[in-house]
Design a protein around this ligand. Sequence first.
Ligand SMILES: Cc1cc2nc3c(=O)[nH]c(=O)nc-3n(C[C@H](O)[C@H](O)[C@H](O)COP(=O)(O)O)c2cc1C
Length: 280
Amino acid sequence: MAWVGTAELVVAVSEAGGLGMLSPLTERGLKKELDIVRERTEKPFGLNIPLNSPISEQIVNLAVKEKIQVIATSAGDPSKFAPLLKKSGAVTMHVVASVKHAVKAEEAGVDAIVAEGAEKGGHLGHDEIGTFVLVPQVVDSVRIPVVAAGGIVDGRGLAAALALGASGIQLGTRFLMTKECIAHENCKRAILEAKDDSTTVIMRGFLPSRVLKNKFAISQKAEKGALIKEGMKARDGLLKGDIKDGAIWCGQAAGMIHDIPSVEELIKRIVDDAEKILHL
Ligand SMILES: Cc1cc2nc3c(=O)[nH]c(=O)nc-3n(C[C@H](O)[C@H](O)[C@H](O)COP(=O)(O)O)c2cc1C
């Protein structure tokens, strides 16, 4: 998660039995984040590489040099870097929002797919396919494992994802709302107050992104250079707590989040609840 996928969150997730994914887009910078993660945990963790970033090639090179064990590419064509990343020994995943892109990613040689439904927070696929519809179709179209993402915040979501054929889940908005996440208090408070209809999609047709409804979201138009501008707006919203003029990237499931637990409490709760539902 851009801006908030810092070492603190990654360490907390990996220590609690999940796979913490570091973002290269943080205030401290990737190398510093990596050093902190390695100092604080020996558990596996990964790195997300948004391929639409102007510095994606630099991040790939650093990931190879640093021998990062798990790489998840997103927002672009994974075929350019997949062979290099595989050669480095990393387990590779690619994030998709459609069956077509899942099939292409499998052909490019990635090891697993993250299928993200349009309920999710942040950048979306243009066709806005929901998780319940996307995940089973991706599962039926590829032979590699599929991780479900988008709108999953509790044990019910985990159980449902497994029932749809996913091998695991990826959480964004729910991890934003944890003690270890550096998101600003104002931002967390705004998400706590969210309801089912509190998010909206901005920049449709150009760079669709799901954010909390606020002054910025309502005034936003598709425009050239939006990726950079919106990235800065997201930093203002998520880190500086500007909940009127900043972009608060969060998913539709914000309305299902009513507390700010530690990552460890959260993961235990989700797994325990899913086990009860599935009679495990
Ligand atoms: C604040 C925020 C930042 C995100 N940044 C990224 C990113 O940089 N790269 C990426 O692949 N996905 C990013 N995502 C998507 C998440 O990795 C995750 O797949 C998604 O949030 C799942 O849906 P959910 O928000 O309903 O949990 C971000 C999501 C949020 C909420």
